[in-house]
Design a protein around this ligand. Structure first.
Ligand SMILES: [Zn+2]
Length: 471
């Protein structure tokens, strides 16, 4: 049966497809006739997409009020110039003469699952404690709750108890992340853990399109298409780019939840505003300072490399880095090497390959690869590295989080560069020692002048370890 017939035949299907959404007409996935009927019967309710009152303008979808992000275009229908929002244009053009539609029809009764969890693993003590807190936040409808869990704490598993509780209550849930890699990695895991629950993953280019599942996994941008939809919203990697810099994503997250709802924030590296709120007692939170395997986080070593910036610019490897590379404690361990710029990747790839071949650290040039954001082979190379088909992977900050390799050493070349802020460095260090079989791993920051970010990153790791020891 095709989707159009199902929609025309089933009011329940319509309600499920459209409730909790706020969409442009062209985004409503139904035939025109059906759309007209729903509008005339007030089951689809138009609301202005752009408020324009007394000189102040606001985009209702993304919350943009900055005049420089509005432009005008001549409207083909009413022959006037209309304002449109450039800030959220990638989600389709929102303009003065095109309303957004919300659902005014029958409410949806999402299934109350009696035993939704099909995962049979066990949580560690630290995970269980945090999970109980998160579950309570959901059950008590606490509006905002933060889980500060170190890299490798096993956040996803900690979500199972609160998700189970929410699904038993017939709640609708969204799990959002600024990082598409995180959503891609979560879909199969959630599918496995909640086999009888409808789940969709929404991101640019995803296979799923309707967004009508009970459990939605989505990039934070996708939340702009929802309005008062979710009883529980979980934002993973809340401190990651672009969420922490983009007010419109925070606005979208607030718009997407019901008036009585819980938003759970997950992070390994909370930014200043969250840390301040926690300190002031304004944000309830739970702390998970220990990795799931019970070992402490590897503490980064700082290695001074004189004239590092100069040498890298001349495609030369600084001596401190050469020596470390040749004499690594465990040369069999894979190496994840972070550099600040894409251009540098291409320049260094050849030099590092030659050196590693010379000292027999790799036996063929194709054991070393480089990966960056716009790389079309990105997924393939990451998988090859995960399968241990590659020995060395050179990368930019795109691999700072959201990807897990079991056993790697981590080096940062020019850790003092601006792109490596405190959170990025903590996340990068957190790539090492992820497996219970090899829980250590070296983390080395090469620099030619320590920065505040480096010091603070190391301090954060040391503090977490001190807390972890007390467990
Ligand atoms: Zn907008």
């Amino acid at each position: 049966m095709n989707i159009d017939k199902r929609i025309l035949m089933s009011p329940a299907f319509l309600a499920q497809a459209l409730s909790g959404k706020r969409l442009l007409e062209e985004e409503v996935p139904i035939p025109q006739k059906c759309f007209d009927v729903l509008r005339s019967t007030k089951q689809l309710i138009p609301t202005p997409a752009i408020e324009n009152q007394k000189g102040s303008v606001k985009c209702i979808r993304c919350g943009n009020v900055a005049l420089q992000y509005f432009s005008e275009y001549p409207c083909g229908v009413c022959q006037q110039n209309h304002k449109y929002c450039r800030n959220c244009i990638q989600m389709g053009r929102v303009s003065e003469c095109k309303p957004l539609y919300t659902w005014g029809g029958a409410a949806v009764n999402w299934p109350r699952h009696s035993q939704p969890l099909t995962w049979t693993g066990n949580l560690t003590t630290a995970q269980r404690k945090a999970a109980a807190q998160l579950q309570e936040a959901v059950e008590e409808k606490i509006p905002a709750y933060l889980c500060w869990a170190v890299c490798g704490a096993g956040k996803t598993e900690m979500l199972f108890p609160p998700l189970t509780s929410a699904l038993k209550r017939g709640y609708r849930i969204a799990l959002a992340s600024p990082r598409v890699d995180v959503i891609r990695e979560l879909l199969p895991r959630m599918g496995q853990a909640f086999q009888g629950v409808s789940i969709e993953a929404l991101y640019g280019g995803s296979e799923h399109r309707t967004g009508m599942a009970q459990l939605i996994l989505a990039t934070t941008h996708q939340l702009m298409r929802y309005h008062q939809a979710f009883d529980v919203l979980i934002i993973d990697e809340v401190d990651a780019f672009p969420y922490y810099l983009d007010k419109s994503l925070m606005y979208a997250a607030k718009q997407a939840v019901k008036k009585q709802s819980t938003t759970l924030y997950l992070t390994a590296t909370p930014r200043k505003n969250f840390r301040l709120q926690m300190k002031l007692g304004k944000l309830p939170h739970v702390f998970v300072p220990l990795r799931y395997h019970g070992h402490l986080l590897p503490v980064p070593k700082f290695k001074l490399a004189f004239r590092l910036t100069n040498q890298l610019a001349n495609q030369k490897l600084p001596n401190a880095f050469r020596q470390w590379l040749i004499h690594r404690q465990n040369p069999k361990r894979q190496l994840l090497l972070f550099v600040p710029k894409i251009a540098m990747i291409k320049e260094l790839k050849g030099v590092i390959t030659s050196l590693l071949m010379e000292v027999d650290a790799i036996s063929a040039p194709d054991q070393l690869e480089a990966v960056y954001a716009a790389d079309e082979e990105r997924e393939v190379k990451i998988n090859q590295f995960r399968q241990k088909e590659l020995h060395v992977l050179i990368t930019t900050t795109i691999l700072e989080r959201g990807v897990t390799f079991p056993s790697v050493d981590v080096a940062v070349l020019n850790a003092g560069h601006d792109v490596f802020n405190e959170a990025a460095l903590v996340q990068i260090a957190g790539r090492a020692g992820r497996s219970a079989d090899d829980p250590t791993g070296e983390v080395v920051f090469f620099h030619d002048g320590k920065t505040d970010a480096m010091e603070k990153a190391r301090q954060m790791i040391v503090e977490m370890n001190a807390r972890g020891r007390k467990i």
